[in-house]
Design a protein. Structure first.
Length: 178
């Protein structure tokens, strides 16, 4: 059994948030999993319901930026986290650096799109090539395009976006035809 941290900015509707919660759900079946939320006031009930029903640990990092970073440092160290997953750039950098400092064996970041502004690409490259052990992409195009500018392909893994099959269908009002 591994101690796993899934580090996410918010629990608001979005692809990264959905993937974080689904990953926590799957991994919690055989591991001790914590979802760590950087901005605690930004959480939707649908995600909290899944986390609660699966009995996944959740931690909210309160306080200013420095206090949140210190709390994450202390949490990762005290719980002897083996793996930290993050999905977005800020968490890739923060979680990766702090994870490296406290000895988290596997630091796994995420890239959500194939194209970004230059400064963001610089930090993503720094995160993937030097801070984290692996980066999970949600599309093959991202790996291909970023490899052209020096991203380490050996550290790239693709897990395409997924759909949950057990959700209620969206019912729309019928439109009148002309």
């Amino acid at each position: 059994m591994k101690n796993i941290c899934i580090f996410i900015s918010t629990l608001l509707s979005g692809g990264a948030e959905k993937q974080a919660v689904l990953l926590a759900k799957v991994l919690s079946r055989e591991n001790k999993v914590w979802v760590v939320v950087y901005y605690p006031n930004l959480a939707e009930q649908k995600f909290l319901d899944v986390i609660g029903s699966e009995k996944i640990n959740i931690i909210y990092l309160n306080g200013n930026q420095l206090i949140r970073i210190f709390k994450l440092f202390r949490f990762l160290r005290n719980e002897s986290i083996d793996i930290i997953f993050s999905f977005l750039l800020n968490e890739n950098i923060i979680g990766g650096i702090i994870g490296k400092m406290v000895g988290v064996k596997f630091r796994i970041g995420g890239v959500r799109v194939a194209f970004n502004p230059k400064m963001k690409v610089f930090y993503q490259k720094l995160s993937q090539n030097y801070i984290n052990n692996f980066t999970i992409y949600n599309n093959y195009r991202g790996v291909k395009e970023l490899a052209k500018i020096g991203f380490n392909q050996d550290k790239s893994i693709v897990i395409p976006n997924c759909l949950e099959l057990n959700v209620k269908p969206i019912l729309r009002k019928k439109k009148r035809s002309c």
